[in-house]
Design a protein around this ligand. Structure first.
Ligand code: G6P
Length: 619
């Protein structure tokens, strides 16, 4: 949530900061702003709305100067407005701060500062930061920031500049990400790597409770006690082109179409000569052998990947497994201990609730394994072991490729644990691995079948839109499935809610008779995941029950299934034949595409849906 950037060097900062902000817009997009110093003057531009509104404003009133900070906002405290947009200033307008996170003790601090005479103009929690820095300032901005962060409670990454010290840019972090981009005669600050990739591939990941002072030539890192820290830079091995649309209309569509390739790479990288390896995992085989139970904790789409993981882990690795959403886990008294393997799943590796759950599990003595996409993220660093999904940057807010990459890691982990714990015959495991390796090619076929220029699902989506208007907006979606595809029903519904703003619910089909069936008349469109499986017949019965009550059925079925055609379904989506265990990787694709095309039919902003953010670094 919220993206912050900073630049110090010899070039004009405005365009560099704006380009960097455009790479972080996925983190928030309800307002944006810049503060830039030139000579002894600091100027500010802040606008409610997307970055494009600020671009237009800057065209009319450009900001000059070579030291500056910027911010793209996802509101927490205070409505989106020009005034609440960052950067925020102190009383004299000398200090500017861009902030990502939440200051939990801001009311208490604000009251105190007001009593001391500080004047506040916004409704944000952030505004206490420049005033605190002002209070502590006596000629050294880095020292004033250090003293200020010591009294802040909550999560923050901040970028700070002072009009009287134009050759310095200061950053600090606690529980929100912050990186330094190392340039040549210039340096950068940002919430995430894509923001600096146009200029450098060398970055430093700041750790919690660290402060950094950038000049155009130097980078000095200290902890909050003022002790110097040496940190080696990391080399980024992916390209900015991976964070661009590459000819697709939306990032989401591009990311959907990348999936076959990504899963193929994951399997290639992890399976060599018939055996699976997780080279970066720092949890030993003997530790994994000893675990008695697995707790999977995650949010949103990653939670659905975790739910799917439970089905496979229990069936093949024979470990009892439960799955929780992070925000629930962290506030109950969970039964995890040193015999528990906690698996946290997170694309961004920064989700605040998941990070808190991880810490809670560690406090109880559990080993924590993270399945993460973003290298060096907080969750990856704080876990005992990490398996990276290597899905490349995911920019669209609605997660697609990270989801299937998480599923692929769960498959490999399941087979790995089953072999280690001897819970399945080696021949069976070998056959399953062989079948898994066939899946990327099948995903490729499926994506080719539904290629963007000729997509049946786009036609279904247009049909839905027409029906929606005919029924005076009363229609909605239900997603039903059984067994290992049940989490896909939740995920399909989530995708539709996220980007098409249509009411949608995912349900285990067997539960339909306990409630959702009351909703069935001619209004709902019911997506029935009815691929060939051990519960196929039961799914078909559910389809009949829906048809008997005039529901509209979209069936996702296995290619060549003639029987499904006898059930009067309204729309058919076929997926290639595959082992039931691996079918979620295939079923996910039409679900993602359906949501995408419905959102597109309604003309919504697919990559940046309202009220959401990609990386949820607040509770
Ligand atoms: C947000 C995103 C979702 C994501 C969820 C968990 O809600 O919009 O796409 O699934 O956070 O994020 P994580 O980075 O932990 O996977």
């Amino acid at each position: 949530m919220c993206g912050i950037v900073g630049y110090i060097g010899d070039r004009e900062a405005q365009n560099i900061l704006m380009k960097s902000l455009s790479r972080l817009e996925y983190r928030g997009y309800d307002s944006a702003g810049l503060a830039i110093i030139k000579g002894k003057k600091m100027r500010l531009a802040k606008k409610k709305g997307k970055l494009s509104v600020l671009v237009a404003d800057l065209k009319a009133n450009p900001l000059e100067g070579s030291t500056g900070i910027g911010h793209t906002r996802w509101s927490t405290h205070g409505v989106p407005s020009d005034t609440n947009a960052h950067p925020h200033l102190d009383c004299k307008g000398k200090i500017a701060v861009a902030h990502n996170g939440i200051i939990e003790n801001y009311l208490e601090l604000k009251e105190k500062l007001q009593k001391e005479g500080h004047k506040f103009i916004s409704e944000t929690d952030t505004e206490v930061i420049p005033h605190l820095i002002e209070k502590f300032y006596s000629g050294d901005i880095a020292e004033a920031v250090r003293r200020a962060v010591k009294v802040l409670r909550g999560s923050y990454a901040i970028a700070v500049i002072h009009r009287d010290e134009p050759l310095k840019l200061v950053g600090a972090r606690c529980d929100s990400p912050l990186i330094v981009g190392i340039g040549c005669g210039e340096n950068f600050l940002a919430s995430d790597v894509p923001a600096v990739l146009d200029h450098t591939k060398e970055v430093i990941y700041l750790e919690n409770h660290e402060l950094v002072v950038l000049t155009k030539e130097h980078i000095t890192i200290k902890d909050f006690e003022g002790r110097r820290i040496e940190r080696k830079p990391s080399k980024i091995n992916w390209d900015i082109s991976q964070a661009e649309k590459g000819g697709y209309k939306h990032f989401m569509l591009k990311e959907i179409y990348e999936q076959a390739h990504i899963i193929n790479n994951i399997l290639d990288e992890r399976c060599k000569k018939g055996s699976i390896s997780f080279h970066e995992l720092e949890i030993s085989d003997s530790e994994l052998e000893k675990i008695k139970r697995i707790a999977i904790v995650a949010c949103g789409t990653a939670y659905h990947a975790g739910l799917t993981g439970k089905y496979m882990l229990e069936e093949y690795a024979k470990v009892p497994c439960w799955v929780d959403v992070s925000s629930e886990f962290r506030y109950r008294d969970p039964l995890v201990d040193k015999e528990t393997l906690m698996i946290v799943v997170s694309q961004s590796g920064e989700t605040a609730d998941t990070l808190a759950a991880l810490r809670e599990a560690k406090r109880h003595g559990a080993k924590v394994l993270a399945i993460c996409n973003v290298l060096g993220s907080s969750i990856a660093r704080e876990s005992d072991g990490v398996i990276y999904t290597h899905a490349g940057p995911e920019i669209a807010v609605a997660s697609t490729k990270a989801y299937t990459a998480q599923l692929a890691i769960f498959y490999l982990l399941t087979l790995y644990l089953a072999k280690l714990r001897k819970t399945a015959a080696p021949a069976k495991l070998g056959a399953l691995l062989k079948e898994l390796k066939r899946i990327p090619a099948l995903m490729g076929e499926l994506l080719e079948e539904y290629r963007p220029e000729y997509n049946l699902l786009a036609a279904y989506a247009e049909g839905f839109k027409k029906y929606y208007h005919e029924k005076h907006n009363k229609t909605f979606f239900l997603y039903l499935a059984r067994n290992i595809n049940y989490p896909n029903a939740l995920e399909g519904a989530l995708k539709l809610k996220e980007i098409a703003y249509i009411s949608a619910e995912g349900y285990p089909a067997g539960e339909m008779k306990h409630g959702p069936i009351a909703l069935i008349d001619e209004n709902p469109w019911v997506v029935c995941i009815a691929v060939k499986s051990r519960t196929y017949d039961k799914m078909v019965s559910n389809i009949q029950e829906i048809k008997a009550r005039s529901g509209i059925v979209i069936a996702i079925a296995t290619e060549g299934d003639k029987e499904i055609l006898h059930h009067n379904i309204n729309y058919l989506v076929e997926i290639p034949k595959a082992e039931e265990l691996f079918s979620p990787l295939l079923v996910a694709i039409p679900l993602q595409l359906l949501a995408y095309y419905v959102a597109r039919a309604f003309g919504y902003d697919i990559d940046q849906p309202r009220n959401l953010a990609k990386s949820v670094t607040v509770e």
